[in-house]
Design a protein around this ligand. Structure first.
Ligand code: NAD
Length: 464
């Protein structure tokens, strides 16, 4: 795999000019053209499975099963479904109107916003790059993809594959680091989708504001897990939560970040976690192909630092191999509120258990922190479920398992507050890049009907 080639400012400007011209020429507008491009995305993924799996393995040591099931498979499915449903999504709508306005043919037209910029991260570099691109194609918008320089093999592969499969006058990959993306952000885009962290999201939002460009922000944060020991199966809950932390070595935006559990049940939950760790063979994780690595030395050092500074007690894991950037999934108990593990999003295979007095205190803890991307709860108590629905805010609300809401294609994926705004997935992505254009045709025969509006205003018109 070649070293990641960064694009020059001249190349970026030229790509931008080309895409603008393509949009103005109407190339991306016909639904038949969009469907062909969507089919090309499917072909690109299918014909390059091995190259993609290899690039993901080189960048992240991502296991083959996770590459197929978590990156390639969902994007093939969503490109297929988008092509199949496009006619229905793009259909003009005629709203119900009062009798006297019917002759005006009021219509809602679905129109492409224009040229889209997609800035994607390294943790699911295929999924998070292609989901917005699929949406842009479906909506009839050209797009520039700026993948992450932190996953250089995947970013390089995408730059190689795009021109082979997609119309290069409409879809381009721009690679680079901060100077290149800073240049990209000076240009006026018609919509920007950014997936990543809150600090960069603020930079993107400020740049977008200069041009009044709308943005979709898919961010992260600390997604809590509430365990209600009275009504849940602790054994299954522990296994599901622990698995959620091992997937992609915990480098998942919706990874369960920490557990809130009533103090009286902590011992039992820890025992269940230990049993689950044996079942998942976590003691062999450092040598196993079933566990991904930490993406970079910087990320590895950050994780080791929060681990060594924690005053929680390790009950599972704790080992690491620096040269391979691998960390055994590690669980801490008795983690207190000001602990290093609770400072920011962990984004690694580390699970702190935070004991609380009761479920009510867990809800108060969640509400005292930024709204998470997802709130997980293991409970079958209808009142607890209702309290979580009504009294907390989060992008997703997920009962009795983790990560599964991502696999329901028909659900919108989005954050709220600091976890982001705007939605993704199938029609929700299509809608982000589509604007609703209102149209009426007022017939000249309506002149008698509208004549009251003309000045000079009469008493009769004011009464009417
Ligand atoms: P990252 O470092 O790869 O950054 C994402 C993108 O931002 C990259 O393309 C990068 O080039 C660009 N970037 C970096 N610095 C920039 C700057 N100064 N100005 C403009 N652009 C810049 O990824 P990351 O931020 O480390 O990703 C991890 C975060 O993303 C976590 O917080 C995670 O929760 C979140 N995330 C959210 C979702 C979601 O769908 N909500 C999905 C995945 C990850």
């Amino acid at each position: 795999m070649p070293e990641l080639k960064f694009n020059t400012a001249e190349e970026i400007d030229a790509a931008y000019i080309t895409l603008q011209a393509t949009f103005r020429a109407g190339t991306t507008r016909p639904l038949s053209w969009r469907k062909r491009q969507l089919n090309q995305v499917i072909l690109m993924l299918r014909e390059n499975i091995e190259a993609i799996v290899q690039a993901l393995a080189t960048d992240l040591r991502k296991p083959r099963l996770e590459a197929l099931g978590g990156e390639i498979g969902p994007m093939v499915r969503r490109a297929k479904q988008s092509a199949a449903q496009l006619d229905e999504w793009a259909r003009d709508e005629s709203p119900q109107v009062p009798e006297w306005q019917r002759a005006w043919s009021p219509t809602i037209l679905k129109r492409p916003k224009g040229v889209i910029l997609v800035v994607s991260p390294w943790n699911y570099p295929i999924y998070l790059s292609l989901q917005p691109i699929i949406g842009a194609i479906a909506a009839g918008c050209p797009a520039v993809l700026k993948p992450s320089e932190v996953s250089p093999n995947v970013s390089s592969l995408l730059a190689d594959l795009f021109p082979k499969y997609l119309d290069p006058s409409a879809y381009r990959v721009i690679n680079g680091g901060v100077p290149e993306i800073t240049h990209v952000l000076k240009l006026k885009w018609d919509h920007i989708t950014y997936t990543g962290n809150g600090t960069v999201a603020r930079i993107i939002s400020r740049a977008a504001a200069e041009h009044l460009t709308p943005v979709t922000l898919e961010l992260g944060g600390k997604s809590p897990v509430v365990i209600d020991p009275e009504t849940t199966n602790l054994k299954i809950a522990a296994k599901r939560v622990l698995w959620g932390k091992t997937l992609n070595a915990g480098q998942v935006c919706v990874a369960p970040d920490y557990v809130l559990i009533p103090r009286s049940a902590q011992d039992a939950f820890v025992e269940a976690i230990k049993e689950a760790a044996v079942e998942l063979k976590l003691d062999g994780a450092l040598a196993s192909d079933s566990f991904a690595s930490i993406v970079s030395d910087t990320h590895f050092k950050r994780l080791r630092s929060i681990m060594t500074r924690s005053s929680g007690k390790i009950v599972v894991g704790g080992d690491a191999i620096e040269e391979q950037r691998r960390i055994t999934p590690t669980v801490y108990r008795d983690v207190k509120e000001n602990d290093s593990l609770l400072e920011g999003e962990i984004f690694g295979p580390i699970l702190p258990i935070v004991p609380v007095d009761n479920i009510r205190q867990a809800i108060e803890y969640i509400n005292a922190h930024p709204h998470p991307l997802v709130l997980y709860a293991f409970t079958d108590d209808p009142e607890v479920k209702q309290a979580l629905r009504d009294e907390t805010r989060s992008g997703g609300l997920h009962f009795n398992d983790v990560h599964q809401h991502m696999s329901v294609d028909q659900l919108p994926f989005s954050g709220v507050g600091e976890s982001g705004h705007g939605s993704q997935a199938l029609k929700f992505t299509y809608d982000e890049y589509t604007y609703l254009r209102s149209s009426v045709t007022v017939p000249f025969t309506a002149e008698p009907l509208v004549s009251l509006r003309y000045p000079p205003y009469t008493e009769a018109a004011t009464q009417a």
